[in-house]
Design a protein around this ligand. Structure first.
Ligand code: MCA
Ligand code: AMP
Length: 475
């Protein structure tokens, strides 16, 4: 299989392209198609323009230009900092400052002062570059913690190769597959699995622009990726769901797939979704298998090279008996190299004997099947598959002149999994329009997908004797 190639993007093999062996539809995004030769030629020309840089920011809209920017950097060995295209002022400033990105590659957001290196989709170069070292950091991906601004997860080329190979093996993913998805290109799911996966395995990618049920139904493929919100919308659109019956696998991840959605998809498509679990820090560590059991509510067994264990609050390991609930710890070759500029936070998240503390709470049965029960902290919210920290939203809201105090929680939501709700105590004189103003304030400072869906004005927040907000009493 192609995944043993020494190239990170095995399918973009210059020798195959020079020999005229093309993949005509290597990448299609929102109706624009690049062949393998287009992709290699245009991305190498990006590499030539960016090769002197160390680290660049890419405004990761779902376009072929974003793919060319990312692939160009991977060819040249330049670290990519993918930036959410809807990033607001505070989030953008933080990502640029913390990452030390030297330029924008491709489009720059309005008002940014960094230099811009253009991406030209029609330029071609056939220069060949030596493969960068496996330990080189390919990406710094920003992801939320319980408090503070998002942290930069450093992912090496070696980790990405190991993570993708483990998935290819677990899922029987080969160049005969066609992957379809419409996920954002600034996270592990849409970008690493969803773009680099096809380029490593050599399977064409169809990115639908937006992940609507209609767009998925219209795109013929063998593998479909979605977050649970995407699957639940498909399950509510039977005509679209039925179009997916011919797929080889329907893969769900990034958040818990509700059991009724699992069942409804099975009913409509004739096949049970394949669930897998991972994190930005670890890539995908657990999965069910195409030829194995798929149990609603469970995320399967470790992929190649991964070990897991459950640990209780006193640090004791717990039995794999299907009942004992503990903190999930993982180790394996696809784990990240630490949080950028945060060695102490990195250290806090690892045990002395080398296991990464996921922050998720799980059970493992005697057969090695895992069920994710929840998260250790109520302050990490998963909404639409996005990881969002309550702390970053609270900080943003406290910066609004109308807000005296606030507490942000995730409440169960049939569409989004969790919905962000902000409880606020207002300063005197706030008017009725304040709900929408606060939502827009967070959307404009952080990002649209981090905005509270609801603002609840209260006279006071419930606090304990120490003055700490009792979030469990909200919601
Ligand atoms: C509404 N809009 C606003 C505002 N209100 N814009 C500005 N200010 C406001 N106040 C507009 C937006 O511009 C947008 O418009 C529209 O509302 C919809 O936005 P939204 O409601 O956020 O979208 P949605 O339809 O609810 O999105 C659902 C979704 C999305 C498509 C499922 O949540 C999504 O793409 N999730 C994927 C997350 C993901 O990939 N996570 C992976 C993390 P318009 O639409 O016109 O632009 S990686 C990971 O977790 C690990 C590794 C793993 O396991 O995979
Ligand atoms: P992120 O940093 O966006 O990569 O989010 C990672 C988190 O998403 C994990 O720590 C889990 O809480 C959650 N997650 C990912 N996949 C699943 C899944 N299949 N089931 C339940 N939770 C998941």
């Amino acid at each position: 299989m192609s995944y043993r190639s020494p190239l990170l993007l095995s399918s973009l093999n210059p020798a195959a392209v020079a020999a005229g062996i093309d993949i005509p539809d290597a990448v299609t995004i929102d109706g624009v198609t690049l062949s393998r030769s287009d992709l290699l030629g245009a991305a190498t020309s990006v590499a030539e323009r960016v090769a002197q840089a160390r680290r660049v920011a890419v405004l990761a809209r779902p376009t072929v230009k974003t793919v060319l920017a990312v692939v160009g950097c991977l060819i040249a060995g330049v670290t990519v900092v993918p930036v959410p295209p809807d990033a607001g002022s505070a989030e953008l400033a933080h990502i640029l400052r913390d990452s030390g990105a030297q330029a924008w590659l491709g489009e720059a957001p309005e008002g940014s002062e960094l230099p811009v290196v253009p991406v030209r989709a029609h330029a071609r170069s056939w220069h060949t570059y030596a493969e960068p070292a496996p330990e080189a950091i390919a990406f710094i991906l920003y992801t939320s913690g319980t408090t503070g601004a998002p942290k930069g997860v450093m992912l090496s080329r070696r980790a990405i190769a190991a993570g993708l190979d483990a998935l290819a093996q677990a899922w029987g993913w080969t160049s005969n597959d066609v992957l379809v998805h419409g996920l954002p290109l600034f996270h592990v799911h849409g970008l690493i699995l969803g773009v680099l996966g096809p380029l490593r395995v050599g399977s064409p990618l169809v990115h639908t622009g937006k992940p609507t049920p209609e767009a998925y139904a219209a795109a013929p493929g063998t593998m479909y990726f979605g977050v649970p919100t995407v699957w639940s919308r498909i399950a509510e659109t039977p005509d679209a769901a039925k179009e997916l019956a011919k797929a080889r696998i329907l893969v769900s991840g990034s958040a818990p797939l509700p059991v009724p959605v699992f069942e409804r998809l099975r009913e409509l498509t004739g096949q049970a979704p394949l669930e897998r679990y991972g994190m930005s820090e670890t890539m995908i560590t657990l999965s069910t298998r195409p030829d194995g059991e798929r149990r609603p509510g469970w995320v399967g067994t470790p992929v190649a090279g991964v070990e897991t264990r459950l640990v209780d609050e006193s640090g004791r390991t717990l039995p794999h008996d299907g009942e004992s609930v503990g903190g999930l710890q993982v180790r394996g070759p696809m784990l990240f190299d630490g949080y950028l500029n945060k060695p102490e936070v990195t250290a806090e998240n690892w045990t002395e004997d080398g296991w990464f503390k996921t922050g998720d709470v799980a059970v493992i049965d005697a057969g090695g099947f895992h069920r994710i029960v929840g998260r250790e902290s109520v302050d990490l919210i998963k909404s639409g598959g996005y990881r969002i920290g309550a702390g970053e939203i609270e900080t943003s809201l406290l910066g609004h002149p109308a807000v005296a105090e606030t507490a942000v929680i995730g409440v169960p939501d049939a569409d989004l999994g969790q919905r962000i709700v902000a409880y606020v105590v207002l300063r005197d004189g706030a008017d009725d329009a304040v709900h929408q103003q606060l939502i827009d304030h967070v959307a404009g400072e952080l990002s649209v997908h981090k905005r509270p869906r609801e603002v609840r004005v209260v006279d006071a927040l419930p606090r304990n004797a120490m003055g700490k907000v009792q979030k469990k009493l909200l919601g």
